[in-house]
Each structure stands twice: as structure tokens, then as C-alpha cells.
Design a protein around this ligand. Structure first.
Ligand code: IPE
Ligand code: IPE
Ligand code: MG
Length: 252
């Protein structure tokens, strides 16, 4: 099989990242530090999500992607998993109307087939209701894994081109779960760990990576501003040399 690379187009970049993707980590440790049950950290984490969504709207971020539950998180104690699912349901019940009123589109991506059918129906309804909204697209990655995403896209691509033995990157990318969004400009992981944990493997190829020790429940609009400030100070070269970029600046 021959795979043709299409990483030839250099994207335009602006002052504010168009797409911010976040691994919201550290809820459990935030709670443990306060002698509270881990789930208290998850509850507080939902509040942090609200704050960051608002901050993104104000700053003009177009896509915010949040890793809420990984395909590996089923390995957690049954009690924590079911509390996380309940939180997901309550958050949907409480937030969707507000999101809709603020012109926010909600998408949930991942292998949703493992979720309770009622939760699946709630997700589908929320997506339908907010589908026309354009100010900000919030994507919640639930039972998501980067490898799962690439594999499901590969399977769909093969079905779309019966008998084909040659494929391009674009042909695969159009079947990725988040094909509607540009690739993340800025990736943030809170909670001190410096790893990707099977998040958006394909799409993070050229994202700027930002790690902070701040636990997710403490992540505020100010924390987001620090991350964006760090992003602004980077030189995104996309394979080119620093000199080529300086030439381009001069030409503007
Ligand atoms: C992230 O916080 C939330 C989820 C994975 C659902 P954690 O629950 O992983 O918090 P720590 O890493 O144990 O502190
Ligand atoms: C990554 O956090 C997944 C989410 C934030 C949903 P984890 O806490 O599950 O990741 P590891 O286990 O530390 O890699
Ligand atoms: Mg964690």
C-alpha cells in the first residue's frame, strides 16, 4: 500500500489560537489534597469547564476540545466511573440551554456505543439542538482514544474506496471524529503530567504543547491567558527555517 503525504500546505496562524485542546487532569489530586473524595474534584472540574468555555467565547477561540473520559478510564473503580457518568448527565441537563443561548455548538466524540442508551440519546439531542451555532464549538471527548480514532477512520476510508491500495492523508483525515475542526493550535495539559495519554494523536502533529502543574479544578480564565501568552511567544515553523519566517514577516 502506498500512502501519499499531504502535509504540504502551511496553515495561517493568528494571535489567538483558533483551536485549543485540553487534557483536564488533576481532579483527583485536587480533592485528595483537601481530604475530599475524588469525585468532589470532578464536580469542581465541571465548574472549571464553565469558566474556560466563557473565557474562550470572550477571547474569540473558535474551537475548544476537552478530554473528559478516555477509553482507558474504564479501568478506574466502578464507583468512580458511574459517578463520572452521572456528572456527565447532570452537566448536559444544566448547561445545554445556556450553551445554546450563547451560540455555542456542542459536539461529543468518541466511541459512544458503550454509554447508557439514555445518555447517548441526550448527547444526540444536545448536538441536534446546537448544530447551527457558530460562535464557539465545544467538543467533549468521551470514551475517546487517539488510536481508536485513527482505526475507525481507516476502516471508513477503506469502505469509501473499495479495492483501493493507495491512500492520501486527506482521505484518512476526513473520517477522523473531529473532521469538522482545524487541527489544534494549542494543546494544554493540566495536573503536571507531561504526556498525551492517547488524546488526539493524529491532530496534534504540529500543535504547540503547554503543560502546567495547576490542577484542573483551579484552572481559570487567567490560567488560560498564561497558556495563550506562551503560545504567542512561540515561533510556529511547520518545518520551515526561522529565516524563511523572517522573510515572510518582512513581506507583510
Ligand atoms: C482528570 O482528573 C479527570 C478524568 C480523567 C475523568 P483525574 O481524575 O485523572 O485526576 P488525577 O490525575 O487522579 O489527579
Ligand atoms: C487523561 O487523564 C484523560 C482525561 C483527562 C480524560 P488520565 O489521568 O486518565 O491519564 P493518565 O492515566 O495519567 O495517563
Ligand atoms: Mg489523571
Amino acid at each position: 500500500m502506498i500512502f501519499k503525504s499531504s502535509t504540504a500546505v502551511v496553515p495561517e496562524v493568528g494571535e489567538v489560537p483558533r483551536h485549543v485542546a485540553i487534557i483536564m487532569d488533576g481532579n483527583g489530586r485536587w480533592a485528595t489534597k483537601r481530604f475530599m473524595p475524588r469525585v468532589a474534584g470532578h464536580v469542581k472540574g465541571v465548574e472549571a469547564v464553565r469558566g474556560v468555555v466563557e473565557a474562550c467565547v470572550v477571547r474569540g477561540v473558535e474551537y475548544l476540545t476537552l478530554f473528559a473520559f478516555s477509553s482507558e478510564n474504564w479501568r478506574r473503580p466502578q464507583e468512580e466511573v458511574s459517578l463520572l457518568m452521572k456528572l456527565f448527565v447532570t452537566a448536559l441537563e444544566r448547561e445545554v440551554a445556556k450553551m445554546h443561548a450563547n451560540d455555542i455548538r456542542l459536539k461529543v466524540v468518541g466511541d459512544l456505543s458503550r454509554f447508557d442508551p439514555k445518555l447517548q440519546e441526550m448527547i444526540a439531542a444536545a448536538e441536534r439542538r446546537t448544530a447551527g451555532n457558530r460562535r464557539l464549538t465545544v467538543t467533549v471527548c468521551a470514551n475517546y482514544g487517539g488510536r481508536w480514532d485513527i482505526m475507525q477512520a481507516a476502516a471508513k476510508m477503506a469502505r469509501a474506496h473499495p479495492g483501493a491500495t493507495e491512500f492520501t492523508e486527506d482521505q484518512l483525515a476526513e473520517h477522523l471524529a473531529m473532521a469538522y475542526a482545524p487541527e489544534p493550535d494549542l494543546f494544554i495539559r493540566t495536573g503536571g503530567e507531561q504526556r498525551i495519554s492517547n488524546f488526539l494523536l493524529w491532530q496534534l502533529a504540529y500543535s504547540e504543547l503547554y503543560f502546567t502543574d495547576t490542577y484542573w479544578p483551579d484552572f481559570s480564565a487567567e490560567s488560560l491567558d498564561l497558556a495563550i501568552a506562551s503560545y504567542r511567544n512561540r515561533e510556529r515553523r511547520f518545518g520551515r527555517t526561522g529565516e524563511q519566517l523572517a522573510e515572510k514577516e518582512k513581506a507583510l
